[in-house]
Design a protein around this ligand. Structure first.
Ligand code: NAD
Ligand code: ZN
Ligand code: ZN
Length: 346
């Protein structure tokens, strides 16, 4: 089969032919319908050889949707042709976190060498994807595969982040979304669907600010040196009750802290490598800062349910598998509006 692989540190990913995977006992083979392109892959492909955590070559793609192509021995409850979405942050399935569906925080994944598809295990940007266990699959149940595939990360990750802050996002409150890209433009819609908060979006690109408004942001502010003052002014000087940073770089975490209100939640989702110091006098009183990773299985089911109700519509650009390297180039250059989705069998 054809697959998009990151093969050499620092080089662009390549479309190559690899052996067709076959499902072992307990595994499920999917024919991939759609696979999303996440900015985290750009970060992965920028890591130096000394600290690169995965084996190369690595088939990319941690957002996947497909149809069941074959079942390994002993798998029940699924039939060939079933359309399913893949829950990506695989865990052991039995530790205390996994028992709560929080496989993203599995206590034993590292020790057991369990890695998400595309982030250590062979990923979804390929004609076929091997899934370790049927519990990682959620039925699409009528959702369009292209529109649904980004929900497995670009939807699930902001959903998890926003859920933590729901008690603070009461009527009259403000939520700030920094970075209106793949995750951010879904976050805006989730905030609108789940809260009465006023949503203020920030980005460095006029196109992304346009997208932010289109998907429901009440205000769209250019993320420059004046952004902190502009957002403070929009909140009568008090700041926002929740700030979601989908960049995580030095200027954005600083802005996140600068626009937070007393007792606000600041969530750093972007993996830009910057930190926001917390200590008496550094931030308004009782601001809580966190950096979560992905979301739980239960939350993926909830996000897909929300999409079925029509509350979330992901903006997508589709590419063939041969065009996948171009999708990454365009993402790197900030040229993707919403999410790029690869159609490996399209
Ligand atoms: P993306 O490229 O689609 O979106 C990023 C957006 O941020 C773009 O619109 C870009 O214009 C904007 N931006 C860049 N610099 C900015 C600045 N200084 N101020 C305001 N906006 C700025 O990326 P994505 O796929 O949505 O991913 C967003 C981030 O989240 C990445 O860092 C990614 O690695 C990370 N991520 C984290 C998790 C997690 O579990 N923590 C999961 C998925 C993605
Ligand atoms: Zn991702
Ligand atoms: Zn576990």
């Amino acid at each position: 089969m054809k697959a998009l692989q990151y093969r050499t540190i620092g080089a662009a990913p390549e479309v190559v032919t690899v052996p067709d995977p076959e499902p072992g006992p307990g595994q499920v083979l999917l024919k991939v319908t759609a696979a999303g392109v996440c900015h985290s892959d750009i970060a992965v492909m920028s890591w130096p050889a000394e600290s690169f955590p995965y084996e190369l070559p690595l088939t990319l793609g941690h957002e996947g949707v497909g149809t069941v192509a074959a079942l390994g021995a002993g798998v029940t409850g699924l039939s060939e042709g079933d359309p399913v979405a893949v829950y990506g942050p695989w865990g052991c399935g039995t530790c205390a976190k996994c028992a709560q569906g929080k496989e993203n925080y599995c206590l034993r994944a590292d020790a057991l060498g369990i890695r998400p598809p595309g982030l250590g295990s062979p990923g979804a940007i390929a004609e076929y994807l091997l899934v370790d266990d049927p519990r990682h699959l959620v039925p699409l149940d009528g959702l369009d595969p292209v529109a649904a595939v980004p929900l497995t990360d670009a939807g699930l990750t902001p959903y998890h982040a926003i859920k933590r802050s729901l008690p603070k996002l009461v009527p009259g409150s403000t939520a700030v979304v920094i970075g209106s890209g793949g995750l951010g433009h879904v976050a805006i819609q989730l905030l609108r669907a789940l809260t009465p908060a006023r949503v203020v979006a920030l980005d460095i690109s006029a196109d992304k600010l346009r997208l932010a408004r289109e998907v429901g942001a009440h205000e769209a502010v250019l993320s420059d040196a004046n952004a902190d003052d502009a957002v403070r002014a929009l909140t009568g000087g008090l700041g926002a009750e929740a700030v979601f940073d989908f960049v995580g770089a030095e200027p954005t975490v600083r802005t996140a802290g600068a626009v937070a209100a007393m007792e606000a939640d600041v969530t750093i989702v972007g993996i830009g490598g910057a930190a926001l110091p917390v200590g008496f006098g550094t931030l308004p009183f009782e601001v809580s800062v966190t950096a979560p990773y992905w979301g739980s299985r239960g939350e993926l089911i909830e996000v897909l349910g929300l999409a079925r109700s029509g509350a979330v519509s992901v903006h997508t650009e589709t590419y063939t598998l041969d065009e996948a390297p171009l999708a990454y180039e365009r993402l790197h250059a900030g040229k993707i509006d919403g999410r790029a989705v690869i159609l490996p069998n399209g």
